[in-house]
Design a protein around this ligand. Structure first.
Ligand code: NAI
Ligand code: MG
Length: 366
């Protein structure tokens, strides 16, 4: 039997709760494809920082490199400055493992109310540059002056753009490049230029250029037509939270951090540690479950990611399984147990999820 070695980092707040709810589902989905899962639990995050002065050990990135994939919960606790933990762990790992691309699928689900009225289902993917842009960490502070320098390189733009075009090819063949090149005169024009040159290799994919403010409005008014959004680090961060808000909130938004073709990917719910509900057992595990599905897509476990998405689809159709963020009264465990049951005993008849709405990560170039 093929085996996968998965590192898990629960982190803080609801992070460990959603990871715990996800692991049995991840394991069952992989085993149904004939793949066993060994997990390596890492106690990194806020607690680790209070104990050792670091959010993770100095050789953290090397430890993860030994694994096939990483499933990450969330970090953030009220008694530690946010930037120390975010940089000490999540942004730090994205840079150390060179996780070039952040992929955030967004879709509406039967049974879950969307925040906007739309005829067509919402089904798009935010592809975000993940290592530089406005989060490059370049700048400084002089008294009351704060300087934050955005860094955009051809290399980083190109690899993100290629990923977006590859993904669009597997979907509906449309890439929307999101910039602000009317007001910012150096970095975003480079995005326009590099993306146009990559587009030459993908004549079958349609490319449009959209300014980020216009995209924010369009996402709310006409989200149905969107397919793949190609974004810088900052714009992708903001727009993907807006997107999550459209389809049921932060508890519904999964993400993948990958360097196509190399090394383990890091898969995580988009949400943070949600200190306001931590410990109450009511966090929505769907974002983490869908992140695990992306991990299985990326590691090439045939059918396993779709198995999780189908089971989530069946589960969400029943309002009795909804956690409070979706307007229900179910607990984290109620929801994940229902997903596990639906995964192990799929409903007969037609497949429970329309496959054209499912999003897989391209795995062909690994
Ligand atoms: P948050 O995502 O933790 O929470 C925002 C809102 O969404 C809260 O009302 C929360 O209850 C709700 N929410 C989040 N996840 C949920 C889930 N699974 N089920 C139900 N409701 C959920 O963002 P916030 O409050 O801005 O940040 C809290 C902490 O998390 C901060 O320390 C922040 O720095 C950190 N953070 C960490 C991230 C990461 O580890 N990747 C990402 C974002 C924030
Ligand atoms: Mg964010």
């Amino acid at each position: 039997m093929r085996g996968l070695r998965i590192a898990t980092i629960g982190g803080d707040g609801v992070g460990p709760e959603v990871i715990e709810a996800t692991l049995p589902v991840l394991r069952a989905a992989a085993e149904a494809s004939g793949v066993s899962v060994e997990t390596v639990a890492l106690d990194w995050g806020g607690e680790h920082m209070l104990r050792t002065g670091r959010a993770m050990p100095a050789d953290g990135a090397d430890v993860l490199s030994e694994c096939d994939g990483v499933l990450f919960g969330a970090v953030g606790r009220p008694d530690i400055p946010d930037d120390e933990l975010i940089w000490g762990l999540i942004i730090g790992l994205r840079q150390a493992l060179d996780l070039a691309v952040n992929v955030r699928p967004v879709r509406s689900w039967d049974g879950v109310t969307t925040a906007v009225r739309t005829e067509e289902p919402i089904d798009f993917v935010v592809v975000r540059e993940n290592t530089e842009g406005e989060y490059a960490g370049v700048g400084g502070r002089v008294g009351q002056l704060g300087i934050e320098v955005a860094v955009h390189s051809r290399t980083a733009i190109e690899r993100t753009a290629r990923y977006a075009f590859d993904l669009a090819r597997q979907r509906r063949g449309r890439v929307s490049l999101v910039t602000k090149s009317n007001a910012m005169r150096y970095g975003y024009p480079l995005w326009d230029e590099v993306t146009a040159s990559v587009h030459l290799d993908y004549p079958d994919v349609e490319l449009e250029h959209v300014l980020v403010d216009a995209m924010a409005a369009r996402m709310v008014q006409r989200p149905g037509g969107l397919d793949v959004l190609l974004c810088s680090n900052l714009f992708g961060d903001i727009l993907s939270d807006l997107a999550a808000g459209l389809v049921g909130g932060m508890g519904m938004a999964p993400s993948a951090n990958v360097l196509p073709g190399r090394g383990p990917g890091l898969f995580e719910p988009v949400h943070g540690s949600a200190p306001d509900i931590a410990g109450a057992g009511i966090a929505n595990p769907v974002a983490c479950l869908l992140s695990a599905a992306l991990l299985l897509d990326h590691t090439g476990v045939e059918g396993a990611g779709d198995r999780i998405r189908s089971a989530v689809t069946t589960t969400l159709r029943d309002p009795a399984t909804h956690t409070p963020d979706l307007g229900g009264t179910a607990t984290t465990t109620d929801l994940s147990t229902s997903v596990l049951t639906n995964l192990q005993q799929p409903a007969g008849g037609a497949p429970s999820a329309p496959t054209e709405h499912l999003v897989s990560l391209p795995t062909s170039r690994r």
